[in-house]
Design a protein around this ligand. Structure first.
Ligand code: RBF
Length: 353
């Protein structure tokens, strides 16, 4: 489960040459200050709180960091998969940081900042940049929060239009379903309320059936849950469940139900079943973050919230999975709603986390 995927670039090769030839090829700037002005070398630990495969936020995080390293010869990336035992994460992170190999820890998880506070106390020079999290007031940590209330609002609106439609697999119950891997503040305070509020903008009578898998990988359990939700009248699903979501998609495909999907383009996995996909611009954000780290522009101690208006959340409408399978009248309503979301014209209050 634990896997380390190193990307070796120029500094490693130069280090090897120094060892072999005894001559430095170029003056190596100190590594102690990530983004300390002119520093050109940077060693980044990409700390994956789970595994990469099957979890869009992590796939995009790793891809963004690796692409940045490929473009910047002085940047070295190590992608470390911490696995699913959350009780081990802090100790793992501590020993990785203790190796002294890294200038910066980059992660994406709402629960990470609190672990970073503890690790940071032991290593006062270490810096942490965490996306998908909201934490401020610690001078070693910077966070970026995706406005997942907003993404859930527009995916919920689409789910609402579908469940109240005359589409072949839409039943007469106005009931949508949500499957989560586990409960946590971002899910309970932003994602779930946003999804239901969005659906109720299509029809205030809509109700939501919510179930929890208990982990981020058990696709069979998610399929079982989805099956019993379909029995209870659910005809449109969403999930925040990492790899386990695949079980829900399979059940929807077999039993005849629909899915709207957060964060990534999943249409091709189940055409005609997955009818809407949101997009989290995590790869873009990660590359911008690393650019800012190199330039010394990260504001440690602060948190920034990014959403559709800023171009970090979107909806993938230019895909046959949406364009060819969603009825024209629904597309028209939804596209108008999405344009209003981007323009900040849909009023809502972002709940506290
Ligand atoms: N999202 C995933 O896609 N895969 C995961 O394995 C995963 N593990 C998580 C573990 C914890 C403790 C928490 C709080 C969240 C996790 N998430 C995971 C959720 C992820 O960070 C993000 O909030 C959601 O994907 C919504 O964008």
């Amino acid at each position: 489960m634990k896997r380390s995927i190193p990307v070796i670039s120029a500094p490693v090769i130069s280090a090897a040459l120094i060892l072999v030839l005894g001559i430095p090829l170029a003056a190596a700037p100190g590594r102690e200050s990530p983004g300390g002005g002119s520093a050109k070398n940077l060693s980044v630990l990409v700390y994956i709180t789970g595994v990469v495969a099957g979890s869009p936020p992590y796939e995009l995080l790793a891809a963004g960091a690796q692409e940045f390293a490929a473009r910047h010869p002085g940047v070295r990336i190590n992608v470390y998969e911490a696995g699913f035992n959350q009780a081990e994460w802090e100790e793992q992170l501590t020993s990785l940081v203790a190796s002294g190999e890294y200038d910066l820890v980059l992660g994406s998880n709402p629960s990470l900042p609190e672990l970073c506070v503890n690790v940071g106390k032991k290593f006062p020079n270490m810096k942490f940049v965490i996306t998908d999290a909201d934490f401020s007031g610690n001078s070693q940590i910077a966070t970026y929060l995706y406005n997942q209330y907003e993404q859930s609002l527009y995916l919920g609106y689409l789910a609402g239009l579908i469940t109240t439609s005359g589409m072949p697999n839409a039943n007469s119950d106005r009931k949508i379903g949500f499957i989560a891997a586990q409960e946590y503040p971002l899910l309970n305070n932003h994602i779930l309320p946003g999804f239901l509020a969005g659906a109720r903008m299509a029809d205030p009578a809509i109700t939501m059936d919510f179930r929890v898998v208990g982990n981020w990988f058990d696709a069979n359990k998610a399929a079982d849950l989805a099956g019993s939700m379909i029995n209870a009248g659910v005809d449109v699903f969403a999930a925040i469940a990492g790899g386990a979501s695949q079980g829900m998609i399979r059940a929807a495909q077999e039993r005849g139900a629909y899915v709207v999907y957060h964060n990534t383009n999943e249409y091709a996995n189940a055409p005609g079943v997955i009818l809407g996909c949101g997009l989290m611009e995590q790869k873009k954000l990660v590359m911008e973050i690393l650019e800012d780290v190199m330039a010394g522009k990260i504001r440690y101690g602060s948190s920034r919230t990014v959403g559709a208006g800023e171009g970090y959340l979107d909806f993938i409408a230019d895909d046959p999975g949406y364009a060819n399978y969603v009825p024209q009248d629904i597309q028209q309503k939804f596209n108008g709603f999405m344009a209003d979301i981007k323009a900040g014209k849909i009023p809502y209050t972002l709940p506290p986390l």
